[in-house]
Every structure is written in C-alpha cells, then in structure tokens.
Design a protein around this ligand. Structure first.
Ligand code: CS2
Ligand code: MN
Length: 358
C-alpha cells in the first residue's frame, strides 16, 4: 500500500505540502493541473512546474487525478478524435515525468453529486450529504446553483464554472446517448489510448460513478460488479485498470466492498478508501473513516488488501470538516490525516499478524 494525499496545487488549496509532510506514511501527492480546460494538452513545462514542486518536498508524483475526459469523447461526436489525440499527447508528456497512474471517470456532464456540502453530523462536524428526496425534487439547474455558490471561493473538481455554463447544450446532446452507447464510446476511447499507455508504462484507472446510479436521466455505467467485469472485458491490457473507490461504490449497499476488494484489487492500481453511512430512505452521508461510523467495512477492505500484499496507490478520500477547518468541501487536512492514521494502523496490524503466522 503506497499511501498518498490528494492536493490541488499551490494557489488552489488550503492545505500546504509542509503540512502534508507531517502526516505519517504519506509517500506521494495525487495531483492535477486544475486550471487547464478539459481537453487541452498538458504541456511538459506545465507538468514539470508541478512535479518539481511536489518532488522538492520528497514526495513522488506518480498519480494524477484526474485527466478529465472531454464530453465529445463521451458523447462520441465528430470532435472526439481531436480530443483523443490531445489525450494521447498528455499521456506521453506525463510519462516523461514518471507518472504511473491516471485516474479518470466517464460520467456524463456531472462528476460527483451531493445535495449539501456542509451537512451537520451529530458530533458537531459537517460533511458531504446526499438527500434522495431533495435530489429527486431538484432540477439540474438548482443543483448547479448550490455548487456554484460553494465554488465561488475555490473550484470544486468536476464542477468547473465553464462546464456548468454549457450544461443545457450537453443535456440536449445526451438525449441520444443511452448506457449501451456510452459503453461503446468508452470502448472506442480505450482502444485508442491503451496502446499509448502501454508504450508509456502508464495505467488508466477508471473512477466509479458517484453515486453509482443514473441521475437526471443521464446514463451512468460504472456502478457495480457487472460494470467492473464489463470494463475489464474491453481489454486485458495491464493499462486498463480501475480506481477502487469504497465510498462511491459503497453508497449502494448491494456493492459489498470486501467481496469486491477480494476479486478486483489486482485490477486496481489506485484505491480511494473512505466510509459512508447509508440510511433506509436512500440518503447517505460521508462519515469518518472508522468502520463503526459508516456502512462500509473498511477494516475488512484493508484486511483483504493486506492479504493480497496490495502494492497499489491508496489515498483517504473525502473527509468531514472538523475542528473549525475552512477548506474545500471534503478535502480538509484534519479528517483526512486521521483517516490515514486509521488506514495505516489497520494495515500495520494485519501485516504484523500475517508475518507472525508465516
Ligand atoms: C470523487 C471524484 O474521489 C473523489 O473525490 O468524488 O471527484 C473523483 O475525484 C473523480 O470523479 C475522478 O475522476
Ligand atoms: Mn473517490
């Protein structure tokens, strides 16, 4: 388990590398060029600027999250080949700086979706919350307003203002796209880029849909075990991988994350480990990483990973906002640092027991 921490860049994060340096066990920074427009080539100079800074703190910069996919590729329109060529060039440029894993997602229009970014928990902290009845009653535009006001201070990855401005047109374009068509477009994209990834020794790691079900009539296809199987059946290239996000898949109780870790960890070069608490009415809230606080058996997941000697990259995922921290929703320092200590503690204990039993 190669522990990492997601960081949004020098002028774009409330957390600094000096602070991350003091969290035990963190080896690398999960980064991206957040100011680039989706679809643009990431130039070598831009990449060098970020990687050099990260490495100057003794961290590796092996994992990028995300190089986002242009909607033309997901829709499969005439412009897709142009954007796929750009994507290939970005892969080539990243490989020159030793990047090993690119996390991406294939969700139409929106990335992760919640109804409240600062919902109170009984302990006095706040966290990202999904209220089913509220979501069902909202149109996409009202949801966008919630996010736009929260992102006036900082862009929320996946909710960039330029993208939100174009949603009306996108909804029109997606009227033609059902799940099968979206799978076809994912297949086409992967068949184009995987050979380049192999040449470059880079693995693609698709992030599951968050939450893992369709919203606003838009198709979502990375939702559970069937999706993971289907993804892997597209190509047996070692570059065709998955991001094992326990909070995204785990917000559907049908996805047993321990079973999925057992079967699929070997295809996951990257893991996001976090907990969610699911309520009977379909609502869910992001909790601390502690197993007892949520519905995901994180201790069971880490045990599975330890048993497999998992050597992929791991990061805590979203955390709560605790101790009055003013931070990007889900991405504060304190709760994610606690998450790292919990995950590392579990890992160390399981590894010690394993070694003593050999
Ligand atoms: C998710 C996504 O893991 C997360 O933080 O909520 O924002 C994820 O980063 C992207 O979908 C990956 O492409
Ligand atoms: Mn995730």
């Amino acid at each position: 388990m190669n522990m990492t921490f997601r960081w949004y860049g020098r002028d774009n994060d409330t957390v600094s590398l000096e602070q991350i340096k003091q969290i035990p066990n963190v080896k690398g920074i999960v980064w991206a060029l957040h100011k680039k427009q989706v679809g643009e080539v990431w130039t070598k100079d831009e990449i060098r600027g970020e990687v050099d800074y990260i490495q100057s703190y003794g961290f590796h910069a092996d994992v990028v999250e995300s190089v986002n996919i242009h909607e033309s590729i997901k829709i499969g329109n005439q412009e897709r080949d142009y954007f796929i060529e750009n994507y290939k060039q970005t892969i080539r440029n990243l490989s020159e700086f030793n990047v090993k894993v690119i996390c991406y997602n294939f969700m139409p229009v929106f990335d992760w979706i919640r109804t409240d970014l600062f919902h109170p928990l009984p302990d006095g902290s706040t966290a990202l919350f999904y209220e089913k009845a509220k979501l069902d009653s909202l149109g996409p535009n009202e949801l966008i307003e919630t996010f736009a006001s929260a992102s006036s201070k900082m862009t929320l990855a996946g909710w960039e203002p330029e993208k939100l401005a174009a949603t009306q047109e996108l909804f029109e374009a997606y009227k033609e796209i059902d799940e099968e068509k979206l799978w076809d477009n994912l297949r086409y994209f992967l068949s184009e880029i995987l050979p380049v990834c192999e040449e470059c020794d880079i693995k693609m790691a698709i992030h599951p849909d968050d939450p893992p079900w369709s919203l606003f009539g838009l198709p979502r296809i990375m939702t559970g075990e069937e999706s993971l199987k289907k993804l892997l059946s597209i190509s047996n290239s070692r570059a065709n991988g998955i991001t094992f996000c326990t909070g995204s898949l785990g917000s559907n109780l049908k996805n047993d994350m321990v079973v999925l870790a057992n079967k699929y960890a070997k295809f996951c070069p990257f893991s996001h480990l976090r907990n969610v608490k699911i309520f009977d009415n379909g609502d869910f809230i992001e909790t601390s990483h502690l197993t007892a606080d949520g519905s995901v058996d994180l201790a069971g997941v880490v045990k599975e990973l330890a048993e497999q000697d998992y050597d992929g990259y791991v990061r805590p995922d979203h955390g709560r906002h605790i101790w009055g921290e003013d931070c990007r929703p889900g991405y504060g320092l304190y709760d994610r640092a606690l998450g790292i200590m919990y995950l590392t503690g579990l890992w160390d204990a399981y590894m010690k027991i394993r070694k003593e039993n050999v």
